[in-house]
Design a protein around this ligand. Structure first.
Ligand code: ADP
Ligand code: ADP
Length: 229
């Protein structure tokens, strides 16, 4: 079964035209899929439904073959992680941020997510004991580093799906590259669904879903979508 499957998902805010007018697509496991669309296309609404902030008015969202409407709130939270666009960091070290998020995390797992998100270099030569108290304080991190830290926090929960709001627009080239690498590596551990605003920023995604006015206008690889555009 695909990791995520949407079947004719409809959602309408009161008194508005449908925000999602029957959206269907599949997200294969262990891949990176991007949802691309202009402002108002329905991307945020889609993410809200995937986290069960709202329920679809009709249609079904399946994760690993199970309708998420049957998942408990705790199950949804455990399986589906979300990293917002301007993810804040707590005042404290990178280690503090990770431990607050997941107090029971094993040191090996902390080390792993730091490597995945390329924050290991920042934490520095702390060896495997990871006495992160002496690491850089969260508040001094750049925007790109904060987003990578938010991805690290999310990955510590070992979600099956990572929802990510792309925030590369404000990043310099080096931070953008580091974030892309972090997302690529994260997609080896879980299925990543990225919201993107422009087709040009998601050339690496294995699948792109183009949303327009609450409908899937096209789906495919970057190459096929650019051809048909
Ligand atoms: P973007 O997806 O580019 O970040 P937003 O999601 O902030 O943009 O807004 C997309 C559209 O949704 C805009 O036209 C905005 O007016 C509308 N919108 C967002 N939130 C609300 C709301 N609470 N009530 C009505 N319209 C909203
Ligand atoms: P995107 O994330 O792609 O910008 P949204 O999902 O935010 O798109 O918006 C889809 C449609 O739903 C838009 O027409 C927007 O105006 C409307 N919308 C979004 N949020 C709200 C809201 N809270 N109340 C009413 N309308 C909303």
């Amino acid at each position: 079964a695909p990791r995520i499957e949407l079947r004719e998902v409809r959602f309408t805010y009161p008194g508005r035209a449908p925000a999602l007018g029957g959206v269907s697509f599949e997200v294969p496991a262990g891949r990176q899929t991007a949802v691309v669309g202009l402002s108002g296309a329905g991307k945020s609404t889609l993410f809200a439904l995937l986290q069960r902030f709202y329920e679809p008015e009709s249609g079904t969202i399946l994760v690993d073959g199970t309708d998420i409407a049957t998942y408990s709130r705790a199950e949804v939270r455990r399986r589906i992680a979300y990293v917002e666009q301007d993810a804040p960091a707590l005042d404290g070290t990178i280690g503090d941020n990770l431990r607050y998020a997941e107090p029971a995390a094993a040191p090996d797992d902390i080390e792993q997510v730091l490597r995945t998100t390329r924050l290991d270099g920042l934490v520095g030569r702390l060896e495997l004991g990871l006495d992160t108290q002496v690491g850089p304080r969260g508040v001094t991190l750049s925007g790109g580093e904060r987003q990578r830290l938010a991805i690290a926090r999310a990955l510590l929960r070992k979600p099956t799906v990572l929802l990510l709001d792309e925030a590369t627009a404000q990043l310099d080239a080096r931070n953008e590259q580091a974030l892309r690498e972090a997302i690529d590596r994260a997609s080896e551990h879980c299925t990543v669904l990225v919201i993107a605003h422009r087709l040009s920023t998601v050339t690496e995604a294995e699948q792109i879903v183009l949303l327009e006015n609450g409908r899937v206008r096209a789906a495919g690889t970057h190459a096929t979508l650019v051809e048909t555009d």
